[in-house]
Write a protein of this length. Structure first.
Lengths: 161, 776
């Protein structure tokens, strides 16, 4: 299949690559950008493990082609912590509240929650549950994840993030 | 009496996990993150029919696709197998009951998903393109789909080589005293329960990278596994090479829940292909394959008979159990039935027991381990406790109270030969029902029923075994102190989400006398770690931690011995605190662990006479053959009469896993298990049609619980120390076991007001509406 040029910004870095038009954004990020924090749990848009931010919107990178991200600004899980390794408010809350076990779904949750708290800085419990319902976790029973979102909200993760 | 253990400096503390900084930032290393130079990508062509002869197979077009390196069929790959494609515990002498596993289907297919062709190409995209071009035609045969009819079917055999669809069958011999006990009972109740087909679905599917180096004669495997040393043994066996030519690296693993305990057939096939081709091959299972062809679980039927006396005490019980092994069970026979029978009495005094258990082959995806593989004992027993209570006019809690084993009866030998000790079923029953406010709930239920609302309360009480038999009974730990005083620990079994890097470090820090931050735990690499039995069966908590504890204590003793010599002090006058050996009461007089280590490695002449240089300890811990933890789940629900939707309103777990190493992790394990059990009762159902076609091959069809459905879980802890050195017990599976009957009983209780009786899961909206309609 003929390859085409994709030009994007990923975590603040300009990226230019030749990809097949059918290549998903998830595979582009994992293979062409070597950003393997974006995980594939179902490849049909249900589990949310592959969630990234495209121009600020949380999207499932398994359901989007890399070419659709042309000229877009993409943020992956690797782009949320600072370069010196300091965790973001949401990441720190996941650790503190035991919001992860195996960690495979975690990048998708952290990215989704980061966008959710930006849009709902002071969410109710029902809003949190609803906001998390697009991501699947098989380890935690969601108990620690819900606590992590509450903790991150208390610490102002959604304010000025 | 319940003994409450005082938490140590690290053991018993909810310290933050060592794993988390890399995992929350996307810097974990899972198998799909592995890239090897020249690595190729594999995809399978799988059967579209449940049972049939392969009448035509043409891979010519697939082989012609640019970028395709190999298209392998049974003709190329199957003769390459050097040893049984079975778990090590089944590979020698016990093959008769195992399915005849082969890499690729040869001549006939036995379930939808049976692998027929393996394509190896420069990318997964190209491999899948080539799969599309493989031509397969079948001469369909009548499939064996209904496991309840499989045993009688002698015409259509899943595995003709085995001569029967019965994989295993066992039963107690006729027992006149059992018959007499039933005859003497005031009431005898019989009921049949079904648990539907489910699958573990770790969020990371299966995956492997296999790299055969022909000149060195060695194999490197990266695999998403719960059990790297078992994978190493299996690779050596199927390739016919020595184990020391195989290195298996586990890295981070995205959940397993039993699915990754043994080495599955498809992963073995990739190893064989890499060996045959002499090229590194990666295969990452997609979710459709995971739901179609990985391993399935549950699919059980149990007919239970219970006799009670006039006081509501059980005088005899019988369980007749049937399980579906599918076509190629992942784990040998796929049968957990003997454990179902042995564990059936659970936390109750049952003086007489009869049982039978049968495992049958069907033309469906093979059965495999899933968190609590023999849970049907608890599922059937606890659902039966409610049925019997209702029949004899007792409240289910009162009926349990009259039969539960009390602490003053311990050790208690069950009728099936299990000797329970260090357990607290009565205490957890009382704690859970008190926390949930059981008596108030019954009054509230009356009021709700008067308003026409359907509310219910359910209990699940159980004893959870941790097997310590054979290779599963031993774990090893190596503790090394480096010259700077930092501590490395090497363990044979590793974590796939349980946080063993954290809990093992807690145990070592506690008993060696160093800071938690000073300890790094290495796991999951067979070149580096000692042999271990794998993480599964709730065994790593008690067994691995005991090995680590023993190694840390031996290391502390050696460190103190050296320090005493250097300081010219008596060992008994010394203590180890935060990496310093100091004189008790005079902490300023001290030597650091780094100073001791440098002496041990570099100045061995300065060591006490007869002391081995260096600071390295290797220990192995042998556990008792079986250990037991226990718990009680109690929950409440409301069933919406119009929609059939169940809402869980309260959820309480009272558990006893002995001394907790990390309460945060214990509660996390419980919560994860509970929600899997909730899914198992209300949402998750793998469905086959009558022709053996799977109808649930995406996450839109196979429904996992989300954050929107799960209740807040409340915890109570009873700490009865086990006989293990640290008093720890395993508890990884329990959450998934107790939740199933608790949720089921709550729904059944809610529906009882309508005269509706439910005896099989799932209890989804359509099933409940049908049951409600049928009762009208």
């Amino acid at each position: 299949m003929d390859e085409v040029v994709v030009t994007t910004t990923v975590n603040g870095v300009a990226r230019r690559a030749l990809v097949e038009p059918r290549k998903t954004l998830a595979d582009f990020l994992r293979e062409d950008c070597a950003l393997t924090g974006t995980h594939l749990g179902c490849e049909h848009g249900v589990c949310g493990a592959c969630t990234v931010l495209v121009d600020g919107a949380a999207v499932r990178s398994c359901l989007m082609f890399a070419v659709q991200a042309e000229s877009a600004d993409v943020t992956t899980i690797e782009g949320l912590s600072s370069d010196d390794g300091e965790l973001s408010t949401v990441q720190a809350a996941f650790r503190e509240a035991h919001g992860l076990q195996c960690g495979f779904c975690t990048p998708g949750f952290v990215v989704s929650v980061t966008a959710f708290l930006r849009d709902h800085p002071d969410p109710t419990l029902d809003e949190i549950r609803e906001g998390l319902s697009g991501n699947l976790c098989r380890c935690t029973g969601y108990q620690g994840i819900i606590r992590a979102v509450q903790l991150a909200a208390q610490r102002g993760a959604g304010v000025g993030a | 009496m319940t003994v409450t253990h005082t938490a140590g400096r690290f053991v018993g503390q909810s310290v933050r996990r060592k794993e988390d900084p890399r995992l929350v930032t996307g810097h974990g290393r899972y198998v799909d993150d592995v890239v090897v130079p020249g690595m190729l990508h594999a995809a399978f062509v799988r059967s579209d029919v449940a049972r049939g002869r392969i009448t035509h197979l043409d891979v010519t077009e697939a082989r012609a696709v640019p970028g395709v390196h190999a298209v392998l069929t049974a003709a190329e790959l199957d003769p390459h197998v050097a040893g049984p494609m079975l778990p090590s515990m089944f590979a020698e002498g016990r093959q008769g009951v195992c399915a005849p596993v082969r890499p690729l289907a040869d001549g006939d297919v036995r379930f939808v998903g049976d692998p027929i062709v393996l394509v190896v190409a420069e990318s997964r995209y190209v491999a899948e393109d080539a799969c599309e071009l493989v031509e397969v035609e079948y001469g369909p045969l009548a499939p064996v789909v209904d496991f309840e009819l499989a045993a009688e079917d002698t015409t259509n055999l899943v595995h003709p080589e085995l001569g029967s669809n019965v994989a295993t069958t066992m039963a107690t011999p006729p027992d006149p005293t059992l018959d007499e006990a039933f005859a003497s009972a005031a009431q005898v109740v019989t009921e049949t329960f079904h648990q539907q087909r489910q699958t573990p679905t770790p969020m990371e599917t299966r995956g492997i990278v296999a790299d055969w180096n022909a000149t060195a004669g060695s194999l490197q495997v990266w695999m998403s596994s719960q059990n790297p040393h078992e994978v190493r043994r299996t690779c050596a066996r199927i390739l016919g090479i020595p184990e020391n030519r195989v290195r298996v690296t586990q890295q981070d693993v995205g959940g397993g829940f039993g699915q990754k305990f043994f080495m599955p057939r498809d992963e073995m096939t990739i190893v064989l292909a890499a060996h045959l081709l002499g090229l590194p091959v990666k295969w990452i299972e997609d979710r459709r394959e995971n739901l179609l062809a990985s391993n399935h679980a549950r699919t059980d039927r149990a007919t239970v008979t219970v006799g009670v006396d006039v006081d509501g005490r059980i005088v005899a019980a019988r369980i007749d159990h049937l399980e579906d092994a599918g076509a190629y069970a992942n784990g040998g026979t796929g049968g957990a039935g003997v454990f179902v029978a042995m564990m059936f009495p659970g936390p109750y005094r049952i003086p007489k027991l009869g049982w039978s258990t049968t495992s049958v082959w069907t033309n469906t995806c093979g059965r495999g381990a899933y968190r609590g593989p023999w849970m049907m004992e608890t599922v059937a027993r606890e659902q039966m406790m409610d049925v019997v209570a209702r029949e004899i006019g007792l409240d289910p809690l009162e009926f349990r109270r009259r039969n539960v084993i009390r602490r003053d009866e311990l050790p208690y030998a069950s009728v099936s030969g299990m000797v329970y000790d260090h357990v607290s079923p009565e205490e957890t029953l009382e704690q859970a029902t008190a926390l949930v406010g059981y008596d108030d709930l019954r009054r509230a239920q009356e009021r709700a029923r008067a308003e026409g609302r359907l509310v219910g309360v359910g209990i699940g009480l159980y004893i959870e075994p941790q097997t310590g038999m054979g290779a599963l009974g031993v774990e090893a730990a190596t503790v090394r102190v480096a010259t700077d005083g930092s501590v490395d620990v090497y363990v044979g079994s590793g974590s796939h989400g349980q946080g063993l890097e954290t809990t093992v470090a807690q145990v070592v820090a506690e008993h060696l006398g160093v800071d938690y931050d000073q300890v790094v735990v290495h796991q999951g690499d067979t070149d580096v770690t000692p042999f271990g039995g794998g993480t599964g069966g709730s065994r790593s908590g008690p067994i691995l931690s005991s090995a680590a504890r023993q190694a840390a204590i031996e290391m502390r003793d050696k460190v103190v011995h050296i320090a005493a010599h250097l300081m010219e002090a008596a060992p008994d006058d010394l203590e180890v605190e935060q990496g310093r050996v100091q004189v008790k009461g005079t902490p300023a007089r001290a030597v650091t662990l780094a100073e001791i280590a440098r002496t041990a490695y570099e100045s061995s002449d300065a060591l006490p006479p007869g002391t081995e240089p260096g600071l390295e300890v290797v220990t192995r811990y042998k556990s008792p053959p079986v250990m037991y933890s226990n718990a009680c789940h109690a929950c409440t629900c409301e069933v919406d009469r119009a929609s059939g939707i169940v809402t869980l309103t309260r959820y309480v777990v009272s558990e006893d896993c002995g001394v907790m190493i990390n309460p945060m992790i214990v509660e996390g394990q419980i919560a994860g298990g509970v929600v899997q059990g909730i899914g198992g009762v209300l949402y998750e159902h793998l469905v086959y049609d009558d022709d053996g076609n799977p109808l649930t091959t995406t996450f839109l069809d196979y429904l996992l619980p989300t954050a929107a459905e799960v209740p807040a879980i409340e915890y109570g802890h009873v700490e009865t120390p086990a006989s293990t050195p640290g008093g720890h017990k395993g508890m990884g599976e329990g959450g998934a076991i107790g939740s199933v009957p608790a949720v089921f009983n709550a729904v059944a209780d809610a529906l009882a007001a309508l005269g509706v009786r439910v005896r099989r899961s799932p209890l989804g909206p359509s099933e409940l509406l049908a049951a409600i309609d049928a009762a009208r």
